[in-house]
Design a protein around this ligand. Structure first.
Ligand code: FAD
Length: 805
């Protein structure tokens, strides 16, 4: 075996093989792939996956990864046959809620470019004659879904990488350690010798956490047992020799799925309590009775699932179950894969917790990241750097992975809140928030008020349109009242979860200028709103930077993207130690004091003059509020006058009390995240991750005002200027024409039957009296007054473009 390689891939399951293939395609050579098991049925999860590929997902990214994967597998084959059978898929509705959910799913399919349809029970039975159509309300059908032969796909991809002279594969080769020097990967130590390399990609599936431990990186996943069985021949399928003809089938109301295996049927069930396994307890290939990723079948967990099976597919009742396994697969705290380079060990790359369904696409993303640093899709949902420190604890990972397993097929409301691992991050205002009856939502493991029951009395003053159904869940009309009260008076918002970074050093200004698209002011007290771009001109981060001195900058970004933004910034630090980044988020709390009366409130507790002239927008001052030192930054995400006030965390409670006491004379209220969101939507402020991310550039997003191409070189400048010349879409602000209608985001936008785009963000503009939507529309549709339609649970609502940038 080689003792040197340009890159080592650990794991020859579907993910490792796909990564090797895509790297080969991008011109990489000198790749070594090692696997502790035999090639290519290695004993990992790929070896026993029945290979059902359902592409439609609420996440655009996951859907696009699956779509590409289907295209890729469809072209692959080995001597044994094809790697993909495009038999289609059926998802049945047993309940009225599921029936509605399938219509929502059809909306995602349209938004993300998947051909799909809703079927009647009879139409579903036509496609899968085994179904008892009297039990279902209808079905969702995707003709391009199907069965991936996972080991065949892996082997075919590996062969292509081998034929390109790009990669060598070694089975029965176990990685024992990874050597790291000065934070950089140096070698991979295997039981067959050491391979010197400065890049390793971990595609080790359920063993991933053990490889992470070798370099001190937490790979937050847990192997979870999952049941799969095969029946004896089914009489209705007698004589069938083809591998699969029936569409694959999902019965999500009972957490189950099915596929045909020739004249037999396969049954997968999540309908049991989560059975988690410590990766350390996975047996070796030699010791495992079946294979390492398979545990003993536990009959008691399948009994209910069998009853559900014969209810939907009565003809299976007479069959036996000669094949039964508890296979193991990875579950992460949020259900997304883990992709990217470790921030602790340079050259340590991870592609973990990936289903066969997404294996092709994930391999492509990893290869692109390694080659150019820019994946062709926005994959921030899968970013290795999305987890907070508390979310990397074993307690959190295990509790949330178990919850993900329980909910894997559940109908999940976009604002549904987790009921485990709460109270992990509390702001210093927490006791006051509780006293005011805050209803807490979590974000980045912080407890954030969404609205306050203490504001119920505002409903006597403000009339908020009532809601029913989906949009009324996890919502209160009080949010609307808080929204209107902020526009009219003054409100306090707990913004402590913001990520706060201090960038200091003699190279700090030059570093920020190179990272940011806007010109960063070097005048103390000036605030700059800017994006940071990737080399393709896509928006990587979106933040405000306040100059505190010649070599000192205060950088603020959203709490839920803080880890992501910090990792990006750190990865660009100059090597000469001229710049230092300190994450001071925990040291400072933050209050948003906003509304037309905010200057009156702040003016009463500080000596600083708070009028527009003395304290203009986009400036900051170090002030005292009573005895509390604070940085007051005159910016507003809600579109009303006011400040973000940063103060030492230990003084937070006193700060709240001071502002509250004075504010009472001006009718101050505490307001929550619900109002915060709709206020920003109404005023045209964008949210990174939804309205902007790496697939969009600042010009098409309407952020051209914050780009200064003439200031000198910065990351992404060249590509951005090219993109500017050929715009194909514009971010537009639309309102629904029906003042009572509300949509939630991700819905398709149509002109007749032509799909124009999808809703990036949506929320009710309580001041406008209409629902506001942000949508990227193709050039030609961006003119104010243009009317389009939004599809929501199968119904169409007309919407009008009110503004575009
Ligand atoms: P693996 O296939 O497990 O590969 C990881 C490899 O790393 C292994 O070969 C292992 O030997 C190797 N390795 C680990 N540690 C070391 C080391 N120290 N040194 C060297 N090599 C090492 N997904 C779908 O999309 N559709 C389905 O229908 C589906 N059904 C499933 C049914 C069951 C019962 C189960 C358990 C899973 C199912 N999955 C399905 C999930 C899917 O199988 C996995 O997510 C996927 O196969 C993971 O691929 P991988 O390459 O990451 O991992």
């Amino acid at each position: 075996m080689e003792n040197k390689a340009k890159l080592v891939i650990i794991g020859a399951g579907i993910v490792g093989c796909s990564t090797a293939y895509h790297l080969a395609k991008l011109g990489w050579r000198d790749i070594v792939v090692v696997d502790r098991g035999p090639l290519f049925a290695t004993g990992g999860s790929t070896s026993h996956a029945p290979g059902l590929v359902f592409q439609t997902n609420s996440s655009k990214t996951m859907t696009k990864l699956a779509k590409y994967t289907v295209e890729l597998y469809s072209q692959l084959h080995t001597d044994e046959g094809t790697a993909f059978y495009d038999v289609g898929s059926i998802e049945v509705a047993y309940t009225a809620d599921r029936w509605q959910e399938l219509k929502r799913k059809l909306g995602w399919a349209k938004s993300w470019g998947i051909e799909a349809a809703i079927l009647t029970p009879a139409q579903a039975k036509e496609k899968i004659p085994l179904i008892d159509e009297t039990k279902i309300l209808g079905a969702y059908y995707v003709p391009s879904d199907g069965i991936a032969k996972a080991v065949r796909a892996a082997e075919a991809l590996a062969n292509l990488a081998i034929e390109a002279n790009a990669a060598k594969f070694y089975g029965d080769t176990r990685v024992l350690d990874i050597e790291v020097e000065a934070g950089q990967v140096k070698a991979v130590v295997t039981d067959r010798g050491k391979i010197t390399t400065d890049r390793v990609v971990v595609c080790a599936g359920i063993w991933g956490p053990l490889i992470g431990e070798m370099v001190g990186e937490t790979i937050p996943l847990v192997p979870v047992q999952h049941q799969y069985v095969k029946t004896s021949p089914v009489s209705e399928l007698a004589g069938e020799t083809r591998e699969v003809v029936h569409p694959i089938l999902r019965h999500q109301d009972k957490s189950m799925y099915f596929r045909q295996h020739g004249d037999c049927y396969g049954i997968g069930s999540y309908q049991h309590e989560p059975l988690l396994v410590d990766p350390k307890d996975i047996l070796s290939n030699k010791k495992a009775p079946v294979m390492p990723s398979v545990k003993e079948f536990t009959e008691e967990h399948f009994q209910q699932a069998w009853r559900s099976t014969v209810e939907l597919l009565p003809s299976l009742a007479g069959t036996e179950l000669p094949y039964k396994i508890n296979g193991m697969m990875s579950f992460t705290p949020d259900g997304f894969p883990v992709i990217g380079e470790s921030a602790f060990a340079r050259g340590f790359w991870v592609a973990e917790a990936v289903w066969v369904t997404h294996g092709g696409g994930v391999g492509k993303m990893v290869a692109e990241l390694l080659t150019t640093g820019i994946p062709s899709l926005d994959i921030h949902e899968c970013d290795i750097n999305r987890f907070t420190q508390v979310a990397k604890s074993r307690e959190y990972i295990w509790a949330s992975a178990a919850q993900q397993y329980r909910e894997v097929y559940d109908i999940i409301h976009p604002l549904a809140q987790q009921n485990h691992s709460r109270q992990l991050r509390l702001s210093p205002f927490h006791p006051r928030l509780q006293e005011l009856g805050a209803v807490f939502f979590t974000s980045a493991n912080w407890e954030r008020p969404q609205w306050f029951e203490a504001n119920t009395n505002l409903l006597e003053k403000y009339s908020i349109p009532q809601r029913q159904g989906w949009s009324a869940q996890n919502w209160s009309p009080i949010q609307g009242a808080e929204h209107l009260a902020t526009r009219e008076g003054v409100a306090l918002y707990d913004l402590t979860p913001f990520t706060k970074l201090e960038v200091t050093g003699e190279g700090a200004l030059a570093y920020l200028q190179y990272l940011c698209a806007n010109r960063i002011s070097s005048t103390a007290g000036k605030v700059t709103y800017t994006s940071m771009l990737d080399a393709n001109g896509g928006i990587m981060c979106d933040l405000t930077i306040t100059c505190l001195g010649r070599e000192r900058f205060w950088v603020v970004t959203g709490g839920s993207v803080g880890e992501h933004d910090l990792a990006w910034m750190k990865s660009h630090l100059p090597k000469d130690n001229s710049v230092c980044i300190a994450d001071v988020s925990a040291s400072y709390c933050c209050l948003g004091l906003w509304g037309p009366l905010a200057p009156k409130v702040l003016g009463a507790v500080t000596d600083a003059a708070c009028d527009d002239e003395s304290f203009p927008f986009f400036t900051a001052q170090q002030i005292y509020i009573d005895a509390i030192p604070a940085l007051a930054v005159r910016v507003s995400y809600v579109g009303e006058p006011g400040w973000e006030i940063y103060a030492p965390t230990e003084s937070g409670l006193k700060l709240w009390d001071l502002l509250w006491q004075v504010g009472r004379q001006h009718g101050i209220i505490a307001a929550g995240g619900g109002a915060f969101e709709t206020l920003r939507l109404e005023k045209g402020y964008l949210l990174w991750g939804a309205d902007i991310h790496t697939e969009y550039d600042p010009y098409e997003a309407g952020l051209g005002f914050a780009v200064k191409p003439n200031k000198g070189e910065f990351i992404g400048r060249e590509m951005l200027l090219q993109r500017q010349q050929y715009p194909s879409r514009k971010l537009c602000y639309l309102t629904l024409n029906d003042p009572k209608a509300v949509v939630m985001g991700k819905e398709p936008i149509l002109a007749g039957e032509k799909i124009l785009g999808y809703v990036a963000s949506a929320g009710y503009g309580y001041s406008l009296g209409r629902c506001v939507l942000y949508v990227y529309l193709p050039i030609g549709y961006e003119q104010p007054g243009t009317t389009v339609e939004v599809e929501y649970f199968g119904d169409r609502y007309s919407a009008t473009v009110t503004e575009s940038n």
